[in-house]
Design a protein around this ligand. Structure first.
Ligand code: 2AM
Ligand code: CA
Length: 261
């Protein structure tokens, strides 16, 4: 498939540019708050991806985290590429691992292709809607049921401390119920760990369309369930809460352990 091969080339070239940047000094800025970071590399990689998409087909629209395509989005008609040049920017800056390049391709709001590249582990997760999901070209299996007390759940410690967004005591109960918790600081990696059965759920209070667009296409192919933390379908036009989970624990986590304030 032409577009699939083209995306793989874009990702390999972008990854090689990111690896080269490890030896350079970065310019770091903050965005919505002190912990919301962007570097010149995020912007340069997004610019590179935008140029490649335009060269492929100038009618395709581009929704990117760093806004390098300069288009406002109020609807998702036509072919839309939803791009995060670096997901996990804080990890990228401080730890040079646990960050990805994420590209989802949607047609009239429906996910068709999803790509998440864990640059340092050299793990490429991808899916073509209806044709299955793959990790480095190896097919991923459908998720098998697992009881909650054997599950590993991805959750950031800030939600177990008292906070304004979610009932921390209930999340605390979840933490005590499950077998273990993890936090990688990169939404796409946490989603792919659920998709590959390395953990059973990941919850977040605030994700953006580019954090979840590619992962959602991949998740569907293995039967992982995802929604907002109120149990609604995800909306790729706004920031919202998010959960992805093995279907055997999705409803139970939402109903028994999550209370949005
Ligand atoms: P980012 O690195 O692309 O910004 C960190 O816990 C995870 O949440 C990362 O995947 C990060 O993506 C994402 N995230 C989404 N919105 C964020 C925000 N406003 N500030 C920090 N991280 C955010
Ligand atoms: Ca990003």
């Amino acid at each position: 498939m032409l577009i699939h091969k083209y995306v793989l080339e874009i990702i390999q070239e972008a990854a090689s540019r990111i690896r080269q940047s490890f030896s350079q000094t970065m310019e770091i800025e903050t965005k919505s708050g002190a912990n919301d970071l962007v570097t010149n590399i995020d912007k340069e990689i997004e610019q590179f991806i935008v140029e490649k998409i335009r060269a492929f087909d100038a009618t395709h629209r581009i929704l990117g985290e760093e806004g390098m395509s300069h288009e406002g989005f109020t609807e998702l008609s036509g072919i839309v590429w939803i791009v995060d040049p670096i997901d996990g920017t804080m990890n990228f800056i401080r730890q040079q691992r646990n960050f990805t390049i994420s590209i989802g391709i949607y047609e009239d709001g429906i996910g068709k292709f999803g790509y998440i590249y864990d640059v340092v582990r050299e793990e490429l997760y991808y899916a073509i809607a209806g044709k299955g999901a793959f990790l480095n070209d190896k097919p991923l299996a459908k998720l098998q049921p697992i009881p909650l007390n054997e599950a590993i759940v991805g959750v950031n410690a800030s939600w177990i401390a008292k906070n304004k967004r979610v009932n921390s005591e209930k999340i605390g109960e979840l933490v005590r119920t499950v077998r273990g918790t993890r936090s990688y600081g990169c939404a796409t990696i946490e989603m792919m760990f659920v998709v590959t059965g390395r953990m059973e759920a990941y919850v977040s209070m605030r994700l953006s369309p580019w954090d979840i667009a590619a992962g959602a296409v991949i998740a569907k192919e293995v039967g992982a369930e995802f929604s907002t933390l109120r149990g609604q379908p995800i909306n790729l036009l706004k920031q919202d809460t998010f959960i992805i989970a093995n279907p055997s624990v999705h409803k139970e986590i939402l109903e028994d352990y999550i209370e949005i304030l």
